[in-house]
Design a protein around this ligand. Structure first.
Ligand code: 1GP
Length: 244
């Protein structure tokens, strides 16, 4: 089964959870360990990517190590075309819709598209929208951040992604954000946009996860949680809140 179909099938039944690992933040052996613990506590897919310091070498080594010890789909979450791994199961072929820099909207995609074709990686089209505070990804992506009190603007971006024919919409508060995307914003986007909705950034507790799910997210991404040495219980609690 293709990765997009796998995700869509799961999202038809319930909200899913994806674990994000940054190849620059641990060595491949640790990434493999993190992936297998995340799988054992019920994550549905693995995402690999980071805003800075992702190289072809650390990306390939991380993906290969993860693939060795997990059956879950591994999806590349790129910050540009400088590194693309042939070993992933799919790539989010994404556009940062609210970047002021055209490079993040379509430039890197033009560089990456022929590589994705040549390597035969499944592209999953995604509109990526950065909400305040945006953290590192907002800064390096030169995002015109969506203010937290402007759900209408998030809806407008979501509708634009839908009308442009994208498959998924990702609302991102930024890795390590002090708070997740506001509930009202998720609810408004859910009300008007029919694309599968991925939400991430700042989700660390079962309460954050439950709020994000009940507001209407189809998929919840967490990354920072697995940067702690002993994360199994914390991640398990978050995933249980998403599944219950
Ligand atoms: C970042 O949305 C993801 O791209 C995950 O964020 O690290 O805050 O969980 P956290």
């Amino acid at each position: 089964m293709k990765v997009k179909e796998y995700l869509m099938a799961k999202m038809r039944d319930r909200t899913i959870h994806m674990t994000l690992m940054d190849p620059a933040k641990q060595d491949p052996a640790r990434a493999a360990e993190v992936a297998s613990i995340a799988e054992s506590v019920g994550t549905d897919a693995l995402m690999v990517g980071g805003s800075t310091n992702v190289t072809q070498d650390n990306l390939d080594a991380t993906v290969l190590a993860i693939k060795d010890c997990s059956e879950l789909p591994v999806i590349y979450f790129p910050s540009g075309a400088q590194a693309i791994s042939r070993h992933v199961d799919a790539i989010y072929f994404m556009s940062m819709l609210n970047s002021r820099n055209i490079r993040n909207v379509i430039g890197e995609q033009i560089k990456g598209a022929p590589i994705v074709m040549r390597l035969g990686i499944e592209p999953i089209s995604m509109g990526y929208v950065i909400v305040e505070p945006g953290m590192k990804v907002g800064e390096v992506g030169q995002a015109d951040l969506i203010p937290r009190n402007r759900p209408d603007l998030a809806v407008a971006y979501g509708l634009a992604a839908q009308y442009l024919g994208m498959s998924f919409l990702y609302l991102e508060a930024g890795s390590g954000a002090p708070e997740p995307i506001p509930k009202t914003m998720i609810q408004e986007v859910r009300k008007y946009v029919s694309l599968p909705l991925i939400v991430g950034g700042g989700i660390r507790t079962p309460e954050d996860a439950a709020m994000t799910k009940s507001a209407g997210a189809n998929a919840i991404v967490t990354g920072t949680i697995v940067e702690n040495r002993d994360f199994a219980k914390a991640l398990g609690d978050v995933i249980r809140a998403i599944r219950s």
